[in-house]
Write a protein that binds this ligand. Structure first.
Ligand SMILES: [Zn+2]
Length: 278
């Protein structure tokens, strides 16, 4: 059975930010994207048509680092987990050394929990081609402790997402589940946008990013970080038919409400694997 999703707001998250109305999935892959009419014109007897009635569709979110699946992605490059400024610098030293004696094109080596970093470190990561993986959900969970233990000024160095984007680093977001007990990518997006601790302090306001930026970190960038940008991370012809469908558009709600948006459907390879609120 193949699937045609029509009358939807398809946020493709492609490079141009294209919004389409319909998408057709055949044999697990995206076959056509366009208007509802264009997609329905390709209908055959074995296609199931799903009228999404203005719901919003995103490519499947990718959790770039958690403690169930990241062992698999380790096979594609070196993953190092580090958090404090000094330890990130030590790992960057090690990468610089290894890449000098064993240069490798497009290595996409990563640093997991790239948490505290100043401008020089970000530039160094850029020069070495390192991909930072950041768990922004730690801001609500640990942000108050950072302020208490590091002082407000140093706490602002945590999760410098705006600076990473300005430096064109393909930073990927993760939930770090199960250490983040919520495990909701929209909660992660909210944390990256607001940078608000549990007690309501905003740490490093200048490092706040937009909802679209954060969703790109959970889609495009996370796919790139796992060498999977040909398969995942955006809704484009040839990629996997993996989607999340929301009843309202996460781009258009108040940021405070973002994590409360329920999932209408989760679709994997063109098959509906979860049905929530209609
Ligand atoms: Zn972790």
């Amino acid at each position: 059975m193949d699937l045609l999703m029509i009358n939807a707001k398809i946020r493709t998250m492609d490079a141009k930010g294209t919004v389409a109305r319909a998408v057709g999935i055949r044999q697990g892959r995206i076959d056509i994207i366009g208007t509802t009419q264009q997609v329905l014109q390709t209908k055959t007897q074995k296609d199931e048509v799903m009228d999404l009635k203005e719901k919003t569709v995103f490519p499947g979110f990718i959790d770039a680092h958690n403690h169930m699946i990241y062992y698999g992605t380790e096979l594609m490059g070196i993953n190092c987990r580090t958090e404090a400024i000094r330890s990130i610098d030590v790992v960057l030293d090690a990468y610089a050394h290894v890449l000098k004696i064993m240069p490798r094109e497009d290595h996409r080596h990563r640093i997991e929990h790239f948490t505290m970093a100043g401008p020089e470190m970000i530039q160094r990561a850029k020069r070495l081609g390192i991909i930072p993986v950041v768990a922004a959900t730690e801001v609500p969970f640990y942000g108050d402790a950072f302020i208490k233990n590091l002082g407000p000024q140093r706490a602002e160095c945590c999760y410098p997402l705006r600076s990473m984007l300005d430096s064109k680093l393909p930073v990927a977001l993760s939930t770090d589940r199960p250490f983040d007990p919520v495990g909701n990518p929209l909660y992660s997006v909210q944390a990256a946008v607001q940078r608000k601790t549990r007690s309501g302090h905003v740490i490093g306001k200048a490092q706040c990013i937009q909802v679209e930026d954060a969703i790109r970190m959970h889609t495009n960038h996370a796919a790139y970080a796992a060498f999977e940008e040909q398969l995942k991370g955006s809704i484009e012809v040839g990629k996997l038919g993996d989607f999340v469908v929301y009843p309202i558009d996460p781009f258009e709600v108040d940021i405070k409400e973002l994590p409360q948006i329920p999932v209408s459907y989760t679709i994997v390879g063109g098959n509906v694997v979860y049905t929530g609120q209609d």
